[in-house]
Design a protein around this ligand. Structure first.
Ligand code: SIN
Length: 383
């Protein structure tokens, strides 16, 4: 691998795609020894300490949303990526289950939009959780078809992203979840971005063989505001590249509870998720085993404890899945969407698969995608 890594590091014709394919490969499996692991502080020559503002969020405010005091967060930057901040699981023990259940039970509910809406009626996608509970309680080898929850690929919140037009618009907006808004504004404030307004969210649901194509998130109208990402469940390789596909990306592990902030010069960089990986032992305990041990809930807490029967469903789902939530501020202060003549308005009815880069998903869209490279190329201009 040392040789492979060295040749990949050189920039060149679509270096990003080469690295993407390398980490996506199953046979033989890639060597992960060059992957940055912030949880272990390795390799130390690439990782720098990030400076946070511990005064921006009080300990009580942090605890209300399930976070440790900001002074205890392990926040890092990456050499060569100014504006990129990685926070290694700052959640309080036992508080991830609340956010995980929100992603699986609450956020997929109407009026939020999901991939299943693209070819199912609103009444059929009304209660994704309720329709999946029984199936998920049965050992997976014994049952067919998959539950709606297992067929979920993406959910949009707030200004609902239109995958076809690659835009947000004022006429497709629903209330952004208050709890996620609160989490986002506290994290961004601690990172030096007071006044961040969470206006749009995209949740991605990954199975163990899923990946996410190479893309840049540029549809938001104000790029001076950071992009925020929260990960839960199984781990992933995240690739962070440059402003061109020729720039070789840096690979890093993302584990459950990890957060990323892409801001400043790192706000508009190419990125992708070529691979989902089993969470390492210690990390599994942090999200699977500690449910309902939330002893620190205050009266004013945003968090609620997760009933055991709900957690059983979540933990079964997470045995082979990863969740990622990205939160965006779409408009700058005083900014509004450009006027679009009504005749040019496209509805969401025909939207397809989002930017998931996987084999045919009966439910995730109508287009058959045969290879990651095709799909990754399709994503070049995404967002
Ligand atoms: C991730 O799943 O970590 C990345 C999601 C995205 O780029 O939208």
């Amino acid at each position: 691998m040392a040789k492979m890594a060295a040749s990949m590091v050189e920039s060149g014709e679509d270096a990003f795609r080469k690295v993407f394919k390398f980490y996506k490969r199953r046979n033989p499996p890639p060597d992960f020894s060059d992957v940055v692991d912030f949880s272990r502080g390795l390799p130390s020559d690439k990782i720098v300490k990030a400076k946070l503002d511990p005064t921006a969020v009080s300990d009580v405010e942090a605890a209300r949303i399930g976070l440790q005091p900001v002074r205890d967060w392990r926040a890092f930057g990456l050499q060569g990526y100014p504006g990129f901040i990685f926070i290694s699981n700052p959640f309080l023990p036992g508080s991830q289950p609340f956010w995980i259940r929100q992603c699986l039970k609450t956020y997929p509910q109407k009026p939020n939009v999901c991939n299943l809406d693209m070819h199912m009626s609103p009444s059929e996608t009304q209660d994704i959780w309720g329709q999946s509970v029984r199936g998920l309680s049965t050992p997976s080898g014994k049952r067919e078809p998959r539950t709606l929850l297992e067929r979920l690929r993406w959910v949009t919140l707030g200004y609902h992203y239109n995958w076809d037009t690659k835009t947000y618009s004022s006429n497709h907006h629903t209330a952004f979840p208050a709890d996620l808004h609160s989490l986002s504004s506290k994290v961004t404030a601690a990172c030096g971005f007071p006044g961040f307004t969470a206006e749009a969210g995209i949740l991605n649901y990954y199975r163990s063989d899923s990946s996410l194509g190479i893309h840049v998130d540029e549809s938001e109208l104000d790029h001076s505001r950071p992009l925020l990402s929260f990960s839960f469940g199984q781990s992933a390789i995240f690739l962070l590249g440059g402003t061109h596909r020729q720039d070789a990306p840096t690979a890093m592990f993302m584990h459950s509870g990890d957060m990323m902030v892409m801001s400043g010069q790192s706000r508009l960089l190419y990125h992708a998720v070529p691979r989902i990986l089993p969470a390492p032992e210690g990390h599994t305990a942090s999200f699977l085993d500690l449910c309902c041990s939330v002893s620190h809930l205050q009266d004013s807490s945003v968090l609620e404890s997760v009933p055991e029967e709900d957690w059983k469903v979540c933990s079964r789902y997470l045995q082979s899945s990863r969740l990622n939530v990205t939160v965006r501020q779409v408009l700058g202060p005083g900014q509004s969407f450009p006027e679009i003549p009504t005749a040019h308005l496209k509805t969401d009815a025909g939207q397809t698969a989002g930017y998931h880069d996987e084999h045919v998903e009966q439910d995730s869209g109508k287009r058959k995608r045969s290879s990651s490279c095709d799909s990754a190329e399709l994503q070049t201009n995404h967002l």
